[in-house]
Design a protein around this ligand. Sequence first.
Ligand code: SPV
Ligand code: MG
Length: 434
Amino acid sequence: MDRKVYTCFCTAVIHKGHLNIISEARKLGEVTVGVLSDEAMIRYNRFPTCTFEERVAAARSIEGVANVVVQKDMMYDEVIAELRPDYVIHGDNWCNPEAPEFFIRQNVESCLAKYGGRIVDVPYTFDPEVKRIDDLDRERLAMPEFRRRRLRQLIRLCPIVKTIEAHSGLTGLIAEKTVVRQADGRLDQFDAMWVSSLCDSTAKGKPDIEIVDMSSRLRTIDDIMEVTTKPIILDGDTGGLAEHFVYNVRTLERIGVSAVIIEDKCGLKKNSLFGTEVSQTQDSIDNFCAKIAAGKDALRTKEFMVIARCESLILERGMDDALDRCRAYVAAGADGIMIHSRKKDPAEILEFCDRFRAADAATPIVVVPTSFNTVTEAELAAHGVNICIYANQLTRAAFPAMQSVAQDLLKYHRALEVDSRLMPFKKIITLIDG
Ligand code: SPV
Ligand code: MG
């Protein structure tokens, strides 16, 4: 009987490298190709540029492939237990201890060791054409049509969309490229970026009162877009006048932003973290609904999301007011709601989510756990939250670090004393492509 050979693919673009693996695999036995599911690809830091069905069709079309199966996890435990292949074959790029695939190889090795299966490492195909195909596939994700729809895809595919603040090309790169390996070897990364009004204003040395105008916010977004592929959620403050909002929504949709979140305040907007310590005016339900409806009406795709942010808990108007408003905003066409709180205890946010979800199972819920920071992503997801935004931690980390270095340069009149706190520029520029 033929021996069983297994390999896993995560692309619809079949190139020389894949064909080489298949031809080596055929020499060993009957070839089964696993196609990585969308969910697994996202965790693996490879957002799919085509559908799962297209990837399956591409694998099926390769001559010599006997079976195609779905691989639901980047780790091989399940698929190996099911198929018990004699060989798992892969490019030898996963032998490099620095490569993200290295831990996957270790996982495969231990799965195969249970019954005497073997790994076959095929020399990786270094070919300019293969590199070009891989680069093109990745770069497509930065195009507006791919980036814009990616947020809705993530909401569908992820237990919770992990979103981090970005206000520059550099913070965008941190959002794009930070990947950690968890204790079980799985990779984790952020899914999306939040262009915060607070951090965008702070980076420009301005207060968060809508003084940084849309042209300037667009400049920031463009800087981020130039060096990233992940989807962008814009903090749209109050959205301004409805007559202006419709123009802005069109621009954002056209350039590939995925969502704008506007808050139900009017007049001079102040940051929500001030709560009732400053005077802030909540808009009427009717006015705000009209603004949402106007924004939705201006859209040209079904991908862009207008998300309504409710400030009732921040302004201490009560849970019922928050629920009534959010339901009205959804009825007016909002594609999602954001509920905010400045309490340290997450109880009020979780109560809101439970009560909102009891009557509405579908509308995405967004939260910003800055004050209620003990809550975990898993707890939020269990209460029906779809998007968790880490709205300002990068700025708050960078500011004191820069301030203390500046103080010490003045204090010591030289740079030696601060050096141990600094990252060598050589390391910083590894973040930067090109
Ligand atoms: C922002 O990041 O600008 C926000 C969230 O609006 S918060 O600062 O918590 O109001
Ligand atoms: Mg804001």
